[in-house]
Design a protein around this ligand. Structure first.
Ligand SMILES: Nc1ncnc2c1ncn2[C@@H]1O[C@H](COP(=O)(O)OP(=O)(O)OP(=O)(O)O)[C@@H](O)[C@H]1O
Ligand SMILES: CC(C)(CO)[C@@H](O)C(=O)NCCC(=O)O
Ligand SMILES: [K+]
Length: 279
């Protein structure tokens, strides 16, 4: 079995992948804490042959996790943000400072769709752009839905947006605090994603495929106007591409990769931007 780990600021996600059949056997999430330990909610390490890790937690958390795993597991692969990988050049002035979860998303997106915009709706919402040809431009970081809600300190943090809410319900003015906050932060997030996507496509003169991942991907997706695909395993896709271990991975296939819809014509994106400026 292969253990894939995506250690975020809030949650550490894991999945177990069968190295022979490439099937995902189990998955879960635990709070990111001081130390990552196998336990009731974490897989049994006895069945694990290799581990692949993407971590944006404090260095000490990663160091302890790796030390613990090296005692028990043969191959431990830790992803890093590098100046170049898999045909993509990192756009950051200091490439190592780009969050490795973003870098994994960019590499997975590029492998799947070529030039693209990758959006990760987690503790933070990040957007990254790669042009066809592989130049990563850099991106945007904004607070995620939960952080925006907590920062208001209105006692609404535990009332999450129902992921099944319709986008047009969330557009309406709220008539209770919880509703006003939920609708407000939702609009802040989706307006930013829609605007940034359109602006960058306009500036670069290319309509890019759009991919969305992260804990809040499903709800944010409902408000994204451009054609896009939700890919919950996008960060894991980057790990598969960087450290291919199975036959399918060596052939360039990433588990759970979605069909990516063709982007709308650039003229349509530009017309949308021009229209919103007129009002
Ligand atoms: N059980 C959960 N605990 C916390 N957040 C959850 C949970 N389920 C869904 N969410 C939502 O997922 C978001 C966190 O997404 P994700 O799991 O991608 O974060 P993360 O990996 O910790 O983020 P980051 O990588 O930025 O630290 C929160 O904003 C929250 O709204
Ligand atoms: C922005 C987050 C927190 C998103 O998980 C992560 O990618 C990170 O810690 N990045 C480092 C800063 C940067 O990417 O510029
Ligand atoms: K994340």
């Amino acid at each position: 079995m292969i253990l894939d780990l995506d250690i975020g600021n809030t949650l550490s996600k894991w999945r177990l992948k069968d190295a022979d059949s490439s099937e995902i056997r189990s998955r879960g999430a635990v709070w990111t804490r001081e130390e990552w330990r196998p336990g009731a909610d974490i897989p049994d390490l006895d069945v694990v042959e290799s581990v692949r890790i993407s971590s944006v937690a404090r260095q000490a958390v990663l160091a302890r996790t790796v030390t613990l795993l090296r005692h028990r597991v043969g191959g431990v692969h830790v992803a890093r943000s590098t100046p170049e990988a898999l045909g993509v050049t990192n756009g950051y002035e200091e490439p190592a400072r780009l969050g490795v979860d973003r870098w994994m998303g960019v590499l997975a997106g590029y492998q799947l769709a070529g030039g693209c915009c990758s959006v990760d709706c987690g503790s933070a919402i990040t957007m990254d752009f790669v042009l066809p040809g592989g130049r990563h431009l850099g991106g945007y970081i904004l607070p995620g839905l939960r952080l925006m809600k907590e920062s208001l300190k209105l006692g609404t943090r535990n009332v999450a947006i129902d992921p099944d809410s319709e986008a047009d319900e969330l557009l309406e003015p709220g008539v209770r605090t919880v509703e006003a906050v939920n609708h407000g932060i939702y609009m802040a997030a989706v307006s930013a994603v829609n605007r940034i996507y359109s602006e960058v496509c306009d500036q670069q003169g290319v309509a890019l495929p759009l991919l969305v991942t992260g804990g809040d991907a499903r709800v944010v997706s409902r408000g994204i106007q451009a054609p896009h695909a939700v890919w919950p395993d996008m960060v894991y896709g980057g790990l598969e591409a960087c450290f291919p271990l199975t036959a399918a991975e060596r052939a360039g296939r990433m588990s759970g990769a979605p069909e990516v819809p063709r982007p709308v014509a650039l003229e349509k994106i530009r017309a949308g931007l021009a229209f919103s400026m007129l009002l």
